[in-house]
Design a protein around this ligand. Structure first.
Ligand SMILES: Cc1cc2nc3c(=O)[nH]c(=O)nc-3n(C[C@H](O)[C@H](O)[C@H](O)COP(=O)(O)OP(=O)(O)OC[C@H]3O[C@@H](n4cnc5c(N)ncnc54)[C@H](O)[C@@H]3O)c2cc1C
Length: 389
């Protein structure tokens, strides 16, 4: 039997196609060369060089890679998942950037946009020459977006938007925002160039999680847009939620990357750190931790792969994505916490990625539907009874 890979005990990457493995290698190399050497510093400083990273990710065809046409790569869902995994193995911030750009800005424009909107924005977003964001959450509406207050009213042919969006990834560096607002006919999406008068982004500081990521508040004050700014095919919150589902799929895979990185650090440390005359990895209690982490990592990867294959077959249900998001982020966070204990005091240092992953995963647990909301979605799928309205 060939030697087992401790980070892939079930040899699950063997299930990937050659193309998917090629994408894995390209993204892993990019993440190792361009992100890993700098990310601890970005995290400590609370910055993210979005413009630079966007162009580099664009050059690798990663942005909106699972979409077709308009300069998008048209890769498989599994390829997109693998890219998310490799990016988040370095930091959830760069995966969040990529998810927001591809799944939350490009996906709604591709799926619900007019021909003009697609042609204007998609090729630039795919190349990383423009950056997108997605404004749904508000100060008073998070898990319950139906309660949003942002409004869009007709004024002649124009639309006039008013409201505040909160916790918006990429907000302060975006060229275009997909903004969800209430119209007379229900919730609609709007493609808003961020240089429109009445649009302002204010970055949110003092975050203790996802520090290598820009998070902003968006203020819309009599923000006037032409009639063509509305996403013509996006009707109601169903369209909004379909975008979230795309991004959640990326998280199912990304969280596996963060967990893998934590296991890798813990393993290396356990093999070299000597206490009581032997490496701590030789103690049964440490081995139990490592074994549990490896088992959960492989289960999470299996889940991601299954969801990816279902998505590529066009039969992935949102409730299945909820299962993946709930399990994989929860287990990644548990792995990060356990890995932290193995590293002892070193575990709290930015010299190692573990505590950074742990802090990041707290955001990942909350955004794109909290664990509680995904639990309730699964509960509804099981019982037919909706517990959260
Ligand atoms: C770093 C970061 C980046 C983000 N990026 C974006 C972005 O790009 N775009 C965007 O629109 N949003 C973004 N968000 C916002 C994110 O989607 C919301 O934080 C999330 O939806 C939860 O909303 P909330 O924080 O208002 O919590 P709330 O909805 O107020 O929930 C608070 C708590 O109550 C629980 N709860 C709520 N309802 C129920 C219920 N029915 N039963 C049981 N428990 C319940 C929740 O699970 C949670 O534990 C981001 C958030 C973070 C932290």
């Amino acid at each position: 039997m060939s030697e087992l890979d401790p980070l892939d005990l079930l040899d699950l990457d063997d299930e990937l196609t050659d193309e998917e493995r090629d994408i894995r290698d390209v993204v892993r190399r990019f993440a190792a060369d361009r992100v890993a050497p700098n990310v601890a510093e970005w995290f400590e400083e609370g910055t993210f060089p979005g413009r630079e990273m966007a162009k580099e990710l664009g050059a690798l065809d990663i942005l909106g890679m699972h979409l077709d046409g308009y300069g998008c790569a048209g890769a498989s869902a599994v390829s997109y998942g693998v890219a998310c995994r490799e990016l988040e193995a370095v930091d959830s911030g760069i995966r969040s950037f990529t998810s927001v750009q591809g799944s939350l800005a490009m996906f709604p424009i591709r799926t619900y946009g007019s021909e003009e909107q697609r042609e204007e924005w998609l090729p630039r977003l795919a190349r990383g020459e423009a950056i997108g964001c997605f404004g749904l959450t508000e100060p008073d509406s998070g898990s319950d977006p139906g309660e949003m207050r942002t409004s869009a009213r007709r004024d002649g042919d124009d639309w006039v938007l008013n409201g505040t969006k909160m916790w918006i990834t990429n907000g302060g560096i975006a060229d275009v925002a997909v903004i969800w607002a209430k119209t007379e006919d229900g919730v609609s999406g709007f493609v808003v160039p961020t240089d429109t008068p009445g649009f302002e982004a204010r970055d949110i500081h003092r975050k203790l999680s996802l520090r290598a990521s820009i998070t902003s508040e968006l203020v819309l004050e009599d923000c006037r847009l032409p009639s063509g700014a509305i996403l013509p095919e996006a009707r109601g919150l169903k369209a909004t939620l379909s975008c979230l589902n795309e991004a959640r799929f990326g998280i199912v895979w990304g969280s596996v990357g963060a967990a893998r990185s934590c296991l890798e650090s813990a393993l290396e440390y356990a093999k070299t750190r000597v206490q009581f005359g032997k490496p701590i990895g030789g103690f049964q209690l440490t081995q139990r931790k490592l074994a549990d982490m490896a088992v959960e990592l492989n289960k999470a990867m299996l889940l991601a792969l299954r969801l990816g294959r279902l998505k590529d077959e066009g039969r992935l249900a949102p409730q299945q994505v909820s299962m993946g998001k709930l399990n994989n982020v929860r287990e990644a966070l548990a792995i990060a916490r356990e890995a932290r204990t193995i590293l002892g005091a070193s575990g709290i240092s930015a010299e190692y990625p573990v505590m950074r992953h742990m802090a990041n995963l707290e955001s990942v647990l909350t955004y794109e539907g909290t664990s509680e909301i995904h639990t309730l979605i699964i509960g509804e799928a099981l019982t037919g009874m909706r517990a959260f309205t």
